[in-house]
Design a protein around this ligand. Sequence first.
Ligand code: ATP
Ligand code: MG
Length: 654
Amino acid sequence: MDRRGKVAGRNHRRRQVPMSRYAEFYRRSIETPEAFWTEESRLIDWHTPPQQILDAGKPPFANWFVGGRTNLCHNAVDRHLATRGDQPALIFVSTETGTEKTFSFKELHVEVQRMAASFIALGVGRGDRVLIYMPMVPEAAFAMLACARIGAIHCVVFGGFASVSLASRIDDATPKLIVSADAGSRGGKVLPYKPLLDEAIRISRHKPASVLLTDRGLAPMDLVEGRDHLAAPLLEAHRDAQVPCTWLDAADISYTIYTSGTTGKPKGVQRDTGGYAVALAASMKHIFDGRAGETYFSTSDIGWVVGHSYIVYGPLIAGMATLMYEGLPTQGLDGQPDGGIWWRLVEKYKVTVMFSAPTAVRVLRKQDPALLKKYDLSSLRALFLAGEPLDEPTGRWIAEGLGVPVIDNYWQTESGWPILTVANGVEATPSKFGSPGIPMYGFNVKILHESTGEELTGAHEKGVVVIEGPTPPGFMQTIWRDDERFVNTYWKTVPGKLVYSTFDWGIRDEDGYFYILGRTDDVINVAGHRLGTREIEECVSGHAGVAEVAVVGVADALKGQVAMAFVVPKDGAALADAAAAQKLEGDIMKRVADQLGALARPSRVRFVGALPKTRSGKLLRRAIQAVCEQRDPGDLTTMDDPAALQQVRQVLAS
Ligand code: ATP
Ligand code: MG
């Protein structure tokens, strides 16, 4: 075929992905994307079938399923009514409020229509933005689906964000309506949202016409006359509403969502409708191997892309029940500590597919391991983890404890679904610890030399992980309202080539498995040698005394940069003894020198009680690095725990 096909074909001959059946599947997706995605597009319902599968005429923009008309809400809800209307669709569990409630597909259909009718009553129509600033409650999912139903664009903002982050998103999305609640709750502590929202609207330039508020009875609310509406009476007024799905063009925007802000200012990712629906349906089949009638449990939050794809849309499109969870992984429904709550829910709801993050597993690892054996987990087929590198000790611990495959998967807010993992729904493929896996169908993943742009095809050659266009369905369309920024930010970083940069640094082994070595921003240059922070972290975390680690590169007059390690020890108390701390520091340094060479050895290992992270649980290396170099740490509005950064400052000063 065209230029794209030839490049892909050559690429395939050079590098075989393992396993024959999947290799063939993958090859077809890259060499003949139109034919491949025509087949996949049949996994969803179309009101009008697409006339053209792919329009890649204006690279790097990829326009999928041109002329097709569909609706995400129809595919997630309505189309299941005839076959599984009485089966569970949304299972809500809150260990914060001790609530457990199941909605069947029929009930979900009713709730979504009530919400949609309320939105319409508030003047919301096709193409209008609705900003959702909600805790993990069913109304949040109803609101997302209601937007999809009427063609409004949702912009979910993580409920834990404070006014400044929220205000900047209000100004970017310019919503007609904001959907919110009186409060969230974390670890039994009520977090009032309404005052944060009021303050955000006060400081934002854009003012929404209406605010719709779910009152959970957790915190008092002052309503602003004419602007604020309580949800309950409005929903009640529309209790029997019938709101048909608006048939949208495949390219119509379904939502915008911001990246986590780990490396800097979050970027507003814009997603389409048709491509996203197909991508999710395909991933549920080929990657997650989730089947209609079963239960899917993702522990993420609707504020993140994982929550959009695999709490709300993906499982429902597949006809699965989705378990939506509010609370810590360590607290029971009675509010008492319970490190086994997630496993209890797996047993009770016969969860077959579970999705979480390494950061959550590290929390569970501090619990009694017997909790993993206490419940009947025989329904569970696999646990998927994503969001951060899964270090081998953590991966092994949970895999052995659960006795099911633990499958790492690498993706980005931008991609919408996994870029690297294994597709066990196509062919059973082994995972390797430390590697998120192999390129998924549709993703033409390559490793390039970051300054020459030359493709690196040899095993263990380090470079930037990039994706060659056209990007597959479900991938971001552009940056919201800023095509130019989209092209310049993502596609113009490698000289002379129009390729999408993931901004991650990686290698591939001889079997074609990728390893992510760190963010390109985080690569350390020691005396001319390039090292990924993540390689060093993996090595440090293999030490039995280490619970968590962050490695950053710090400017050094002599060597350019040196590595500095911040370690959360397993046994913090023992390190009160200076000699013990010194010994552990020495042991860690020696381990790195032995395994990776003297250049990688951290110049210092500092011990802290916690590491600075984003609200989504990702290490904020850039903030640690800035503090080490006595620079301004920049935008910290997405940071979880300011005390952790303060600790870093303190140990540096000591
Ligand atoms: P920002 O782009 O705003 O700096 P972010 O990159 O953390 O924030 P996300 O889109 O949530 O925002 O995260 C995607 C990134 O997370 C990837 O680029 C990668 O660095 C990391 N990541 C995700 N999953 C994995 C994984 N399985 N293994 C290694 N790294 C992962
Ligand atoms: Mg990113």
